[in-house]
Design a protein around this ligand. Structure first.
Ligand SMILES: NC(=O)C1=CN([C@@H]2O[C@H](COP(=O)(O)OP(=O)(O)OC[C@H]3O[C@@H](n4cnc5c(N)ncnc54)[C@H](OP(=O)(O)O)[C@@H]3O)[C@@H](O)[C@H]2O)C=CC1
Ligand SMILES: Nc1nc(=O)c2c([nH]1)NC[C@@H]1CN(c3ccc(C(=O)N[C@@H](CCC(=O)O)C(=O)O)cc3)C=[N+]21
Length: 281
C-alpha cells in the first residue's frame, strides 16, 4: 500500500513557519491586509472568498471582500483594481474568477500590481516563473511542491510526468519541477500513448480534470502520485486518480479531499506574507 501524502499535515507544519514570518513582519510594524474582489454571482467564488477570509482571520490577517454586482462595467471594475493596486494599506489582491460575462479578464488582470498578485495571475509573475526568478506564483502548483518538500521527496534527477498544461496548474507545476532538476514531460489531450509515458514517471502529477482518469495500469510501481483534481461525483469530492487501485501500485499518493487542496489556502497566506515582506522594505 502506498504511503499517504497528507495535505492537512503539510499545512499544519507550514502554519508554524508562516506564523513566525508574520510575527517578524509585525515586529517591523507592518500589518498585512488582503483585498478580495468578488464580482458577480458565482457560488464557488463566493464560497472560496468567505473561506479565504476565515483562513486569513485565523492568522490574524485582516481582509475585506469587495462585492460587486454581475453588471459592473469594465471601467468600474478597472478603477477598483487600480485603486487597490495603489492603496498602501493593501498587501495582496485576490480577484475571484470567472469575472462576469462581457468583462475582459486579461485586461483586468493586467491592472493588478504584480507585487500584490497573490494568485500569480499576471503576465509579470508568469514571466518571473518562466525565467526562474522570485515572484508570486499560483497557489495550487506551489501546494504540489510543498507536499513533495514536506515528505522529503526530492525531484532532482527524477522523471516527472504532468498530465495537463493549463496556465494555472499544468504549466506552472512543470516549470517548478524543472527548476528542482526533474526531467519533465508534459502531457495533454493530444498526447498519444499516454499510458506508456505515465508509466515512466517517478513523479506523476494528475491535473486533467476528469474523475478517476488515472488508472492503476498507468502508474509505475512505487511512483509518487500527486492528484490535483477536484471533481464532484454523486455528491462526493474525488480526484483525477482512481484512488483505491492506484494506491495499491504507487509508492506514495495524495488523497482527495485532504491532499493538494488542503495546502492551497496556506499558500495564499504565504503569498500575502511574501508580498508584505517586500512592501515592508
Ligand atoms: N486542488 C486545488 O486546489 C485545485 C484543483 N483544481 C483541479 O485541477 C484539475 C485541473 O484544473 P485546470 O488545470 O484548471 O483544468 P483545465 O481544464 O484548464 O486543463 C486540463 C488540462 O488537462 C488536459 N487534458 C484533458 N483531458 C485529458 C486527457 N484525457 N488526457 C490528457 N490530457 C488531458 C487538457 O489538455 P488540452 O490543453 O489539450 O485541452 C488541459 O491541458 C481540475 O480537476 C480542477 O478542478 C483546480 C484548481 C485548484
Ligand atoms: N482567482 C481565483 N482563484 C481561485 O483559487 C478560485 C477562484 N478565483 N474562483 C473560485 C474558485 C473555487 N475555489 C475553491 C477552492 C477550494 C475550495 C475548498 O472547499 N477547499 C477545501 C477542501 C480542500 C480539499 O479538497 O481537501 C479546503 O481547502 O479545505 C473551494 C473552492 C478557488 N477558486
Amino acid at each position: 500500500m502506498a504511503d499517504i501524502l497528507d495535505g492537512k499535515e503539510t499545512a499544519a507544519s507550514l502554519e508554524k513557519v508562516l506564523r513566525a514570518r508574520l510575527a517578524a513582519l509585525r515586529e517591523k510594524h507592518y500589518e498585512p491586509k488582503l483585498a478580495v474582489i468578488l464580482a458577480g454571482n458565482s457560488k464557488p467564488s463566493a464560497m472560496y472568498a468567505a473561506f479565504m477570509q476565515k483562513v486569513a482571520k485565523g492568522y490574524g490577517i485582516e481582509s475585506e471582500i469587495f462585492r460587486e454586482s454581475e453588471d459592473i462595467t469594465e471601467e468600474e471594475l478597472g478603477s477598483l483594481i487600480t485603486d487597490l493596486s495603489h492603496d498602501r494599506e493593501i498587501t495582496g489582491i485576490l480577484m475571484m474568477m470567472p469575472l462576469p460575462a462581457g468583462i475582459d479578464s486579461e485586461k483586468m488582470i493586467a491592472l493588478i500590481n504584480p507585487d500584490k498578485d497573490v494568485d500569480g495571475l499576471t503576465d509579470t509573475n508568469a514571466g518571473r516563473l518562466f525565467a526562474g526568478k522570485d515572484g508570486l506564483f499560483g497557489c495550487t502548483p506551489r501546494a504540489v511542491m510543498a507536499i513533495l518538500d514536506h515528505y522529503g521527496i526530492n525531484p532532482d534527477g527524477k522523471k516527472a510526468v504532468i498530465i495537463g498544461r493549463s496556465n494555472v496548474i499544468g504549466k506552472p507545476v512543470s516549470l517548478m519541477l524543472l527548476k528542482k532538476n526533474a526531467t519533465v514531460t508534459i502531457c495533454h489531450s493530444h498526447t498519444k500513448n499516454l499510458k506508456e509515458i505515465t508509466r515512466e514517471a517517478d513523479i506523476l502529477v494528475a491535473a486533467l480534470g476528469h474523475a478517476g482518469a488515472v488508472t492503476a495500469d498507468m502508474v509505475k510501481p512505487g511512483a509518487v502520485v500527486i492528484d490535483v483534481g477536484i471533481n464532484r461525483v454523486n455528491g462526493k469530492t474525488v480526484g483525477d486518480v482512481d484512488y483505491e487501485p492506484v494506491s495499491r501500485v504507487a509508492g506514495a499518493i495524495t488523497p482527495v479531499p485532504g491532499g493538494v487542496g488542503s495546502v492551497t489556502t496556506a499558500m495564499v497566506i504565504e503569498n500575502i506574507i511574501t508580498a508584505g515582506e517586500k512592501q515592508a522594505k
